[in-house]
Design a protein around this ligand. Structure first.
Ligand code: ATP
Length: 306
């Protein structure tokens, strides 16, 4: 009986892993059905991650044939380093993260991870190697423990709680009378945007992927929460290859390289200081955002004075 049960158990585990990889991607991108054109090649092998170096080589891409979205993008995220993609709305930033997951195939060029073209490896292995902290974390109507364990189904209770501690949400969870068994959702625990993002960070800590994609929230969190979340994300991304799709420039100042995308082309690239010295698109985005932040702070102060 046990002999029969074990393979079934294993198959259940594999099924959950695959299902999770698919749900992860679909939730992150709001894609409800996968692109049927993206298929594993016959004989595709699992991705072998050695150091986790990601390369985009002269990537061209369009959704509709008459409108090219990415027009020859080349960059490398060296193993363990952080590269941030910034640029005006519609420039193609999120498209870059969709292509890394191979939700679509390129019109030309290639994307490699440790030298392997992502079209040549099994999709499930590709997606298992990449962890993501999406803009909006979807929570299930289940316990908070379930919601964190979703990062890795075979994690022990102690692992779940350790991940929650690292993501600084453990204290909040323990304040509820039922602790980790508290239901989340409409009739249970309601989480703020910052708390949901912490759940996503805890899941990612549990998953422990070699490559991370962080898609920053566009909605502004208050600056204190933003700072805290940023510190936690920095801890998670340390020593992992990280691609950050950034909307707020203040959060990527310390990235190893910042790529400024404009209408599907790389307009500028460099470190924060190098880009400021260029006095171009990045510098003007930076100044505009700083002025907006200052105005917001003044407004908040004014509100406090009243
Ligand atoms: P934002 O900062 O507003 O999130 P972005 O730089 O991430 O923008 P993308 O989401 O990559 O931009 O979109 C780039 C362009 O591709 C946009 O003009 C968008 O309208 C278009 N686009 C995105 N998804 C699709 C799709 N599924 N089909 C057709 N066009 C799309």
């Amino acid at each position: 009986m046990i002999q029969l049960y074990q393979p079934l158990n294993f198959m259940g585990f594999v099924y959950r892993e695959i299902k999770q990889a698919i749900i992860d991607i679909e939730m992150m991108f709001g894609v409800l059905s996968r692109n049927p054109e993206v298929k594993d090649r016959p004989g595709a092998k699992p991705l072998q991650v050695t150091s986790g170096t990601v390369r985009f080589e002269d990537v061209h891409f369009h959704y509709d044939p008459d409108r090219e979205i990415l027009k020859g993008i080349s960059f490398e995220v060296p193993a363990g380093k952080t590269v941030a993609i910034v640029g005006p709305s519609g420039a193609g930033k999120s498209t870059i993260s969709r292509l890394l997951f191979r939700l679509y195939d390129l019109s030309s060029g290639r994307i490699t991870i440790d030298g392997q073209d992502i079209r040549d490896v099994q999709q499930t292995s590709l997606r298992a190697a990449i962890g993501m902290v999406p803009q909006d974390t979807v929570l299930f109507n289940d316990t908070i423990r379930y919601n964190i364990r979703y990062g890795r189904w075979d994690a022990s209770d102690a692992d779940v709680e350790a991940a929650a501690q690292m993501a600084q949400i453990d204290g909040f969870i323990r304040m509820s009378p039922q602790g980790y068994e508290t239901e989340v959702g409409e009739r249970g625990l309601k989480l703020s945007g910052g708390e949901k993002q912490r759940v996503a960070i805890a899941r990612t800590i549990l998953k422990g992927p070699p490559i991370l994609v962080l898609d920053e929230a566009t909605s502004a969190l208050d600056s204190h929460t933003e700072r805290e979340i940023q510190d936690e994300l920095e801890k998670v991304s340390r020593n992992r290859t990280s691609l950050v799709i950034a909307h707020r420039l203040s959060t990527i100042v310390s990235a190893d390289e910042i790529i400024v995308l404009e209408r599907g082309r790389i307009a500028e690239r460099g470190t924060h200081m190098q880009l400021l010295a260029m006095n171009g698109l990045y510098a003007s985005m930076w100044n505009r955002q700083r002025e907006a932040d200052e105005a917001r702070e003044k407004l908040a102060q004014f509100g406090d004075d009243e």
